[in-house]
Design a protein around this ligand. Structure first.
Ligand code: F0G
Length: 352
C-alpha cells in the first residue's frame, strides 16, 4: 500500500477550500494498540485500546490538524504562520511550515515547555518567542497580531485544524468496525475533543458507526471546564494542558454533554502514576498530559462512576514520552553506577 497522509486518505470527508495545496509528512494511521494487561489492572472484563498519537511525524496528534491548516494557508498564498503553544503545536507548525517553505513564529510560555518540544520547534527553524506569561497570554497575543497583519493563525481556532483532527475518529471507527463505547482523552485548549466529536458524528451519519461517550480529562490545577470558570494561574506537571481559558471550552462541554459523557479533573499524582503504569505494563511511554485520559478513566472506575465491564474503551495518548524526558529524570528510580567488574554486576543482578 502506498503510504498516505490524512488529507489523501480522508480529504473527501473534510471541509477544506478548493485552493488547499497539500503539505504532508504522511501523518496519521497511528496504531490502535490493545492494552490487556493495563485493562486488567483497572477493571474486570473491559476491552481497552490506546490510540497512540505520539507516533505521528513530530510526536503528537497536532500533525493531523496541522497538515490541513498549513495546506490551506499555503494555497491561499500565506507566507508566514503563527501560533501560541504549550509546545506540541509549536513543533508541528514549525515542521509543516518548513515543508511548505513558509516562515513560522511560535509563542510559548517561558520556562513551561518540555525540552523535546522546544528543541523540535528550534530544529525545524521556527522563530521561537518565549512570553513572560501563560499560554493564555500567548494565545491572546497571536489572536491580536493576526487581526492586524497578514499572518495565518494555525492554533485550533483555525477551523481547518479541527477538520484534520477529525481523522483520528475516522481511523478508530475504521479499525474497530464501529465507535467504541467510551473515548477518554486529555483536554487543554479543547480543540481535540471538539474535533473527535465532530468526526464521530460525521462518520455515524455516513456509516452508522454509533457514537462514543466522551470522557474529557483536565489536570486539577488547570481545570476551568470542571470548575466552571477561567483559571488565572493554571499549574500542572502536564505542561501540555496547562491552560486556564480554553478557546473551545464551550464546544468541549457541549460535546461531552451531547455524548452522554463528561469532563473531569485528575491530580498530578494520578497522571504521573498512570504514565508509569502504562509504560511499565504495556511498553507505551507517553508524555504526562497524554496519560490524563487513562488516569481519568481509572479514577471514574475506582469511584464507581463508570461501569467498565463489557465496554470497549479507547484512550487517546496524544504525545510521545520522548517529548518530556525531564519528568523521568526526576523519578526516584535512576541508573546505578558500577565499576567495570563482573563481581559488582553479579551483586546487583542477584539483588533484583
Ligand atoms: N495532549 C497533548 C500532548 C497536547 O499537547 C495537548 C495540547 C492536549 C493533549 C490537549 O489538546 O488543546 O486540543 O484540548 N496542546 C496544545 C499545544 C495546547 O500548544 O501544543 P487540546
Amino acid at each position: 500500500m502506498v503510504p498516505k497522509g490524512v488529507l489523501s486518505r480522508y480529504g473527501h470527508l473534510l471541509n477544506l477550500p478548493s485552493h488547499t495545496q497539500p503539505v504532508t509528512l504522511l501523518e496519521g494511521a497511528t496504531p490502535l494498540i490493545p492494552v490487556p494487561r493495563l485493562a486488567r489492572e483497572l477493571a474486570e472484563g473491559m476491552e481497552l485500546w490506546v490510540k497512540y498519537e505520539g507516533l505521528n511525524p513530530t510526536g503528537s496528534f497536532k500533525d493531523r490538524g496541522m497538515t490541513a491548516a498549513i495546506s490551506e494557508a499555503l494555497g491561499r498564498g500565506a507566507k508566514t504562520v503563527i501560533c501560541a503553544s504549550t509546545g506540541n503545536t509549536a513543533a508541528s507548525a514549525a515542521a509543516y511550515a518548513a515543508r511548505a517553505g513558509m516562515k513560522c513564529i511560535v509563542l510559548i510560555p517561558q520556562g513551561k515547555v518540555a525540552a523535546g518540544k522546544l528543541a523540535g520547534a528550534l530544529a525545524y527553524g521556527a522563530q521561537v518567542i518565549q512570553v513572560e506569561g501563560s499560554f493564555d497570554d500567548a494565545l491572546h497575543l497571536v489572536m491580536e497580531i493576526t487581526r492586524k497583519h497578514p499572518i495565518a493563525l494555525v492554533n485550533s481556532l483555525n477551523p481547518y485544524r479541527i477538520e484534520g483532527q477529525k481523522t483520528a475518529a475516522f481511523e478508530i471507527c475504521d479499525d474497530l468496525g464501529s465507535a467504541p463505547d467510551w473515548l477518554c482523552l486529555p483536554v487543554g485548549n479543547a480543540g481535540n475533543i471538539t474535533a473527535y466529536w465532530a468526526g464521530f458524528r460525521q462518520y455515524h451519519e455516513l456509516k452508522h458507526t454509533g457514537l462514543p461517550r466522551l470522557l474529557g480529562v483536565q489536570a486539577a490545577g488547570a481545570a476551568p471546564l470542571v470548575l466552571g470558570h477561567p483559571v488565572d494561574r493554571p499549574e500542572t506537571v502536564a505542561t501540555a494542558i496547562r491552560i486556564g481559558r480554553p478557546a473551545r471550552g464551550e464546544e468541549a462541554l457541549q460535546a461531552a454533554a451531547e455524548s452522554g459523557g463528561r469532563i473531569i479533573a485528575v491530580r498530578d499524582e494520578e497522571i504521573l502514576r498512570m504514565q508509569r503504569l502504562l509504560a511499565q505494563t504495556e511498553g507505551i511511554w507517553v508524555e504526562p498530559a497524554s496519560a490524563a485520559g487513562l488516569a481519568g478513566l481509572a479514577a471514574e472506575i475506582a469511584a464507581g462512576h463508570l461501569r467498565a465491564r463489557g465496554q470497549r474503551i479507547v484512550a487517546v495518548c496524544t504525545g510521545h514520552g520522548l517529548k518530556d524526558p525531564d519528568i523521568i529524570r526526576g523519578l526516584p528510580a535512576q541508573p546505578i553506577v558500577l565499576p567495570p567488574r563482573l563481581d559488582s554486576l553479579e551483586e546487583v543482578i542477584l539483588r533484583l
